[in-house]
Design a binder for this molecule. Structure first.
Ligand code: GDP
Ligand code: MN
Length: 380
């Protein structure tokens, strides 16, 4: 779950990382009031879960309250990176002398935390030429101060600036650990004219699975941010307790067990199709099948429906009966393709033949190919 910049900065600040003075507002007139209170040049920044705001004009500088109000009025209600701007952050503008880069993230290669630091940060850090130093961290011990000091000493950061940077790197690791973050990134980590080091931007992303246990400690409203990234169907699925993720494809998927469902989604891709969703229904498919099928069919992109069941403890005949009842009730206008194996298979297959007058596929690959072809995509 991505936090907005100002939410990330609240966590950084709570963890002892210096951040600029400022506040978020939803009205342009309030931006003027904040700028007046700060009595300084300010920066007005769109609060959206998108990066590269600097390049898209969503970070504006203002000399005083009137300019701040104008900048806020232009940004509020605009769309940045596909997101509507509902709030802007108005902050004291920093006299930035140098822009550096600091981050901690989950590293798939080492399967552990990775601390990153670059002496040159800012908007061009991802471009070639910049050097990002990496320190894999042992999650059991965390990084030690000498290790981090050695990392920073490997750059051209002047000696007198190093302790503040080492301190910040250790603190963002603390934030990462304490808040179950997947990413904490400060870019730029600004060095001001007087040698202070301040987080001018913040990108904090939390493990979505940990959000419920962290909710009480997060900046108010930020846990709701998760909802904003859910589609309407995903929200409904959440209320029904069904694990459902919407994709942008055309093949509706209904399967049992998370592993088989992921495999089914992968197989749709493999045969040149695009899945419309991930939807796993388990042993209680019988009771939830109608709600589940409605989720799949309510997606207007769906052109075919693929039902893939494999039963061990879960009986495929029970699951199939649930789905057939749901099909009888909802009468999908798209073709349906079945593949059924495991416990209760013979009864399940017989039921599909009898009630739908179609033949379930013996091989999952064939069912997937048929569903992909029917959705108007490559068969292959
Ligand atoms: P992003 O483009 O979405 O990552 O937004 P940032 O918050 O990083 O802002 C983009 C750029 O604006 C930064 O790389 C800085 O160069 C500049 N910037 C942001 N805040 C300040 C500030 O307070 N003072 C100054 N001088 N520049 C700033
Ligand atoms: Mn940035």
């Amino acid at each position: 779950m991505d936090l907005l910049e100002h939410e990330g900065k609240q966590l950084l600040s709570a963890c002892g990382v210096p951040t600029p003075d400022g506040a978020t507002v939803a009205e342009a007139s309030e931006a003027a009031a904040i700028a007046a209170a700060l009595e300084s040049r300010v920066v007005v920044k769109a609060q959206v879960a998108a990066g590269k705001r600097g390049k898209s004009g969503a970070v504006r500088f203002a000399e005083g309250p009137a300019e701040a109000q104008r900048a806020a009025a232009e940004l509020l209600g605009a769309t940045v990176g596909g997101f509507p701007v509902e709030r802007v952050l108005v902050e004291r503008a920093l006299p930035i002398a140098r822009e550096r880069y600091a981050a901690i993230l989950n590293d798939p290669a080492t399967k552990g935390p990775l601390l990153l630091f670059a002496a040159s940060g800012g908007m061009e850090v991802e471009e070639p030429g910049g050097q990002v130093l990496r320190l894999p961290v042992d999650i059991r011990t965390g990084p030690t101060a000498p290790e981090v000091a050695e990392l920073v000493a490997g750059t051209d950061v002047p000696e007198e600036q190093r302790p503040a940077i080492v301190d910040i790197l250790l603190r963002i690791y603390g934030l990462y650990r304490d808040f179950d973050a997947e990413l904490v990134e400060i870019n730029p980590l600004a060095v001001t004219g007087d040698g202070g080091v301040v987080a001018a931007d913040a990108k904090v992303s939390l493990d979505p699975g940990a959000v419920p246990r962290q909710a009480g400690r997060l900046p108010s409203g930020s846990a709701d941010g998760r909802v904003a990234t859910e589609t309407a169907l995903e929200r409904t699925a959440g209320e029904l307790g069904l694990p459902f993720i919407e994709f942008d494809g055309q093949v509706g998927v209904l399967s049992n067990g998370a592993g088989l469902t992921m495999t089914t989604v992968d197989a749709v891709h493999h045969y040149g199709g695009r899945p419309a969703n991930f939807l796993e229904i388990g042993g209680d498919a019988y009771t939830k099948a109608t709600a589940a099928l409605r989720l799949v069919l309510d997606n207007p992109n769906v052109r075919s429906l693929l039902v893939n069941f494999c039963g061990a403890f879960a009986r495929t005949d029970v699951m199939t009966e649930g789905v057939l009842n749901a099909i009888g009730e909802l009468r999908p206008s798209v073709p349906v393709y079945f593949c059924i194996h495991g416990t209760g298979e013979a009864e399940a297959v017989a039921m599909v033949r009898e009630r739908m007058a179609i033949e379930p596929y013996e091989h999952m690959d064939d069912a997937v190919r048929a569903a992909v072809a029917a959705a108007g995509q490559e068969g292959g």
